[in-house]
Design a protein around this ligand. Structure first.
Ligand code: C5P
Length: 228
């Protein structure tokens, strides 16, 4: 239970807007540290998918929260798959459409509350790298190191476009930029857990940095805190 004095496993949180490179960096950091990894965005995406599958309106906060609480999911780490109610949803989970729906369900206080304990349960030895929007502010306020990763909206849209093109989807820059901006707007301005750096977070702007440079910067900060 929270509140006891037993030593908790260490946590490194990486928060920031979509497309700043959090996903890739968090996974690389987790494997460097040999720690567990929490992709909290996937939980909101899975909630949105589940609502869609069950014909539940994304704006029906209570109903979506009930779904979130009882999500039947499985992260098959070895095979890089995610299962929702036994179905492989790995591909559909990452689409722009699912991301936009996730951002809608994530705006409900009830849904965020329903997912809170599920996220905290990922904190087990030897440690956890948690990727999201409110990891350092709400979910793990006592994290050992909090990173807030940003990049300009233009750069983030460029990276997303390259990713989509690589996977063979066609997309145009202007619509991706518009999507990035509207998602930022919604994530920053929602009443519940808005996207903001924690007071004690270290901000890294990745606009002009490579993945390796950001990774090294985070590793340096982790080392300075005795996490490595
Ligand atoms: O990180 P990802 O793009 O997968 O997240 C999808 C959406 O879920 C985000 O746009 C955001 O609205 C929401 N989210 C959130 N809090 C988190 C992680 C994701 O509100 N910790």
């Amino acid at each position: 239970m929270a509140g006891n004095n037993s030593k908790k496993a260490p946590v490194l949180t990486i928060d920031g807007p979509s497309g700043a490179g959090k996903g890739t960096l968090s996974q690389l950091m987790a494997s460097r540290l040999q720690w567990h990894f929490l992709d909290s965005g996937a939980l909101y995406r899975l909630t949105a998918l589940s609502a869609h599958n069950h014909g539940i309106d994304l704006d029906a906060a209570e109903d979506v929260a009930t779904l979130a609480e009882h999500l039947d999911i499985y992260f098959d780490v070895n095979r890089g798959r995610v299962l929702l109610e036994g179905d492989d949803v790995t591909q559909v989970l990452r689409t722009e459409e699912t991301g936009a729906s996730a951002s809608r369900v994530a705006a409900h206080t009830e849904v965020r509350k329903a997912l809170l304990e599920r996220q905290r349960a990922f904190r087990t030895a030897p440690g956890l790298v948690a990727d999201g929007r409110d990891m350092g502010t709400v979910v793990f306020p006592d994290a050992d190191l909090k990173i807030f990763l940003t990049a300009s909206a233009n750069e983030r849209a460029k990276r997303r476009l390259a990713q989509l093109q690589e996977s063979g989807s066609d997309a145009d820059f202007e619509s991706i930029l518009a999507d990035v901006q509207s998602r930022d707007e919604r994530d920053r301005n929602r009443a519940e857990s808005p996207l903001l750096p924690a007071d004690d977070a270290e901000t890294i702007d990745s606009t002009h940095l490579t993945i390796e440079e950001v990774l090294d910067a985070i590793q340096e900060k982790a080392r300075a805190r005795g996490l490595l």
